[in-house]
Design a protein around this ligand. Structure first.
Ligand code: PZK
Length: 285
């Protein structure tokens, strides 16, 4: 293998260039809660997310072109096509939660989408909306309107990305719902390839880029528990932690419970035993 050149670090992932055309994304086992990386990793979390993302890329490749080329044998490495990234991310929201709920309460709309009055927190929307955001290097992404996003990306590229994002959300949320998981919202990043084709990139439809809620306890009118992170969030808050850096060390039982939730999400969504993924990551493709 030629030397991989480190390009960028995310909070929980690293990007390396393999050559002019290919990148390598490596997912760590780090976990963030309330936007703080905890000192204790969750074993196999990076593999779960890498495998889940590759599963969706493989199943949606006819719907939307994507950057996936190969998975590494370590299960945490994605080899992908190098694209020209669009300067915005696209969040598709099927439910009213997070910053969408905050903005709706303040203004009755979310990123320029006027919504009916009287909606509850976590309520399902009549149809999914696309709420773009600019990618902030540090701190929080800034929500923008679709008009602003079209100006930043070019109208044609933005239109293609928004249609792709909605199609992906409908496909994945239908699939997840049939397996007992609500995909409340999810963030996509797109790029253009050498021919100008808008192409799905980054990781997609994972718990780190989405809100996954257990369907069996769904109850609009308040916040919903996160399918994967709720144990670790509840533990962190139970220590009296003030949500600033550094977070608390996580005890072994909370680590094990959280790891189990990630693996449960993987197995429910893919219908592939996680042990099979570990012995051959390409089984998801
Ligand atoms: C690209 N990031 C975000 C930051 C990460 C990921 N296919 C691509 N082509 C060109 N650039 C990127 C991609 C992808 N995916 C994505 N940075 C560059 C990012 C930090 C860690 F894993």
């Amino acid at each position: 293998m030629p030397e991989a050149v480190h390009l960028a670090s995310g909070k929980v992932r690293e990007v390396y260039a393999l050559d002019d055309d290919r990148l390598q994304l490596v997912a760590s086992d780090r976990i963030s809660t309330f936007d703080v990386i905890l000192p204790t990793p969750i074993p196999d979390k990076g593999r779960v997310l890498t495998g889940m993302s590759a599963f969706w890329f493989a199943r949606t490749r006819e719907l939307v072109p994507n950057h996936l080329l190969e998975l590494g044998d370590d299960g945490r490495t994605t080899i992908c096509r190098r694209l020209e990234m669009l300067p915005v991310e696209l969040v598709v929201r099927g439910y009213l939660s997070g910053s969408g709920w905050v903005d709706y309460q303040a203004s009755g709309s979310v990123c320029g989408h006027a919504l009916p009055s009287g909606l509850l927190e976590s309520e399902r929307l009549a149809e999914p909306i696309v709420t773009p955001a600019t990618k902030a290097e540090e701190g929080h992404d800034l929500n923008i309107t679709e008009v602003e996003a079209a100006r930043l990306c070019g109208a044609n590229a933005y239109a293609a990305a928004r249609e792709a994002a909605i199609a992906l959300y409908i496909f994945a949320s239908d699939h997840a719902e049939s397996r007992g998981i609500i995909l409340a919202d999810t963030k996509f990043e797109f790029g253009t390839d050498r021919d100008g084709v808008v192409t799905l990139a980054d990781e997609a439809l994972t718990p780190d880029s989405s809100r996954f809620w257990p369907a069996d306890t769904y109850a609009p009118g308040g916040p919903q528990p996160s399918f994967d992170k709720q144990y670790v969030r509840d533990f962190c808050l139970s220590t009296g932690w003030d949500r600033t850096y550094p977070g608390p060390d996580v005890p072994v039982d909370v680590v094990a419970g959280t790891r189990g939730r990630y693996i449960d999400a993987f197995e429910r969504l893919t219908e592939i035993p996680f042990e099979r993924y570990l012995s051959d990551p390409k089984v998801v493709m």
